[in-house]
Design a protein around this ligand. Structure first.
Ligand code: PRT
Ligand code: ZN
Length: 292
């Protein structure tokens, strides 16, 4: 692979899979445009000192560990299962899934102890073995690279331990969820042994603060409403504002407009009290970016 030896930060993301679009979208929200429709494996960002390497997700932890890429975006499940020397720099809040034990109806799996002595098919033997050790259990692991859910029907294993997101795949294969053993999401990783040169460390710092702003914006909403001036102090107390609310005078002197950034989903907890305090025209808007 011919990677330009310029001072740009090298970010590895999944070439084609569940995390690809979301990774590109996150960069876009950070103001960084990457053309990912070409067949090139290395694509320079258009407006940021970044080269994006498109790789199989399984290879990303090792490439980051060895400094082929400076940082990478990959599922936490892959990071742990590859056991590469990398550090999680940021949890990214997408690609959420759970590694879960599941069994056919005819297998008794009510308590964790029922796992003892079973044959378990999985793509993640390291994570499963860790779980077994922590719980003092013994089981035989069969490592499969895909289609884990058909292993019980084929008589290859008693139960499986696989990634579940909606649960549809388990249902279609007549398997029942039992014990969640690992919650995963996409994470930003860097090498635990290769320290970045000063220039690159600065670029990473800039990228990280942009990512943090995007994540903060995702967890927040912009609340706007008109409030009777007599209730203003009580309304201010009711709002769990991330910054102090902005109060704007209105043509009608009995009312003021109140704007505030609040955590997503919080409005439903306070909507009734706001109405009781006479708030009208309550409007909640998404925020694209939020620089703290
Ligand atoms: O080709 P490459 O090796 O790069 O990709 P891949 O096929 O190994 O990975 P990919 O694209 O399937 O998943 C990338 C990452 O997305 C995973 O490592 C997880 O961190 C995350 N992720 C999130 C998932 C899922 N959700 C998911 N549902 N990874 C896999 N699945 C599979 C699961 O294995 C099972 O077969 O989807 C099925 C279950 O989904 P539900 O929705 O039916 O429950
Ligand atoms: Zn993979």
């Amino acid at each position: 692979m011919n990677i330009a030896k310029n001072g740009n930060l090298k970010l590895a993301i999944q070439k084609k899979g569940r995390l690809t679009e979301k990774s590109i979208e996150l960069l876009k929200l950070c103001g960084i445009d990457v053309d990912h429709y070409s067949e090139r494996l290395v694509v320079p960002a258009e407006n940021f000192p970044l080269e994006v390497l498109f790789l199989r997700d399984d290879d990303i932890p090792e490439y980051v560990q060895d400094g082929v890429a400076d940082i990478g975006i990959v599922g936490e499940n892959v990071v742990v299962s590859k056991n590469a020397k990398t550090t999680v720099v940021e949890k990214l809040g997408f690609g959420k899934c759970t590694l879960m034990m599941a069994a056919p109806d005819y297998v008794h799996l009510k308590t964790i102890q029922d796992i003892d002595g079973k044959v378990i098919a999985t793509t993640y033997p390291r994570i499963v073995q860790d779980f077994l050790d922590k719980n003092n259990l013994k089981a035989k692991l069969i490592e499969l690279s895909g289609s884990v859910e058909i292993a019980p029907a084929l008589g290859v294993a008693d139960i499986i331990c696989d990634i579940v997101s909606t649960g549809n795949t388990l249902m279609m294969n007549k398997l029942k969820k039992s014990f969640p053993i690992f919650d995963s999401q996409a994470v930003l990783i860097s090498s635990a042994s290769n320290e970045l040169k000063k220039e690159k460390a600065k670029i990473l710092q800039d990228l990280q603060s942009r990512i943090r702003s995007v994540l903060l914006a995702r967890r927040s909403k912009y609340l706007m409403m008109n409030v009777p001036i007599g209730s203003l102090e009580k309304v201010k107390k009711a709002i769990p504002s991330l910054s102090s609310p902005t109060v704007v005078p209105l043509a009608d002197q009995h009312y003021v407009a109140v704007h505030a950034v609040i955590p997503s989903n919080y409005l439903w907890k306070i909507a009734d009290s706001l109405k009781e305090l006479g708030a009208t025209g309550i409007l909640l808007l998404p925020i694209e970016n939020l620089i703290p």
